[in-house]
Design a protein around this ligand. Structure first.
Ligand code: SD4
Length: 334
């Protein structure tokens, strides 16, 4: 709940920021702002978002910019234009965006549109709805001026043909990381949370979903409360990993509600992970679930089921920090 004092502080800060000349405004934005993202490609995504926050822009504009960076990343097989397809060889994209005032938009199973996060934002801003799916989402995107283009890359098609040889759906823990020699890098769903100079929060989540999923399957990323949740009074949370577990537990909402009860971001993420374990002890051994949270004071925390979840943190002091979360199962599975 916003107290009168919080409200006055936020209003005064926002009004103060508006009255300041450009350079001073940028410095005040930098002092307060923070951007956090899932996985190591979050470092670069954060930098795209940070430009917005550091220039005094809104958290909402920042997370859209960061998510768009990830969607255009040409070496990421789990987000945007280079994502892996479903079991029928069709690339379908899911994304959501939310601000701390409860405004939100999402698209699911979107085909042939390169920037689902921006379509999600248009759903939020231009329609009376929260989520559009499949053909309807695509039709809306085209009406809004988004280009329709064939997105499946030759590499993704090749990977799919290779998968067809066994056609076994078994999500890998830390999917991309597990495939790479030396485990140097990993890519996965981008979940991004930002705090701007006026103390407002926003988040975005964008993904091509689990590779080789059933056609029509929707994960947690576009589902508000599962893959993403933001509340200016408390904080924000996002998720990566096997989305069915986040949906079962309304997990990002849960993390924010646990913070509301006084838990630190890391503690809240840990409790949400513990629920996954308690509900599905056997399954939890073979799949990855990761949470990342940012509270309204700029404190950050994360927790994962399995070792290997890294997250990127960007603020005025350091723009390229990459940290590894703690996890329930301490050995990295390959
Ligand atoms: C999904 N949560 O579609 C996404 C995929 C993901 O690590 O994050 N993979 O379930």
């Amino acid at each position: 709940m916003t107290t009168r004092r919080d409200f006055l502080q936020t209003s005064l800060l926002a009004a103060g920021a508006l009255a300041l000349p450009g350079a001073v405004r940028a410095a005040s934005a930098q002092a307060r702002g923070k951007v956090v993202s899932t996985w190591d490609f979050g470092v670069e995504a954060n930098q795209a978002a940070w430009k917005v926050v550091a220039g005094g822009g809104s958290a909402l504009d920042a997370v859209e910019a960061g998510a768009r960076w990830a969607e255009g990343d040409l070496c990421n097989s789990t987000v945007g234009r280079c994502g892996n397809p479903d079991r029928d060889g069709v690339l379908t994209l899911d994304a959501s965006i939310m601000d701390g005032d409860g405004r939100c938009g999402a698209v699911a199973a979107l085909q042939d549109i390169a920037h689902p996060v921006s379509v999600a934002r248009r759903v939020m801003e231009k329609t009376p709805h929260v989520m559009l799916v499949g053909e309807g989402a695509q039709q809306f995107a085209v009406e809004q001026g988004f280009a329709k283009e064939k997105l499946l890359t030759p590499e993704a098609e090749k990977a799919w043909r290779e998968w067809l040889k066994t056609a076994k759906y078994q999500p890998q823990i830390n999917a991309e990381r597990a495939k790479l020699p030396g485990n140097k890098e990993n890519h996965d769903t981008l979940g991004m949370l930002a705090l701007d100079a006026s103390g407002k929060l926003a988040g975005a989540c964008t993904t091509s979903g689990m590779a080789w999923k059933m056609h029509g399957r929707v994960g947690d990323s576009p589902i508000v409360g599962a893959g993403l949740y933001v509340d200016n009074d408390i904080g924000a949370a996002t998720a990566s990993g096997v989305g069915e577990e986040m949906i079962r537990n309304a997990a990002s909402f849960l993390v924010v509600e646990l913070m509301r009860q006084g838990r630190s971001p890391e503690d809240a993420c840990r409790e949400a992970i513990d629920r996954v374990v308690r509900k599905r002890p056997q399954a939890s051994k073979t799949l990855q679930v990761c949470f990342l949270a940012l509270n309204k004071h700029g404190e950050v925390g994360a927790f994962a089921l399995h070792k290997g979840f890294v997250y990127a943190v960007c603020d005025a002091a350091k723009q390229d920090a990459l940290l590894e979360s703690r996890s329930v199962y301490a050995t990295e599975q390959k």
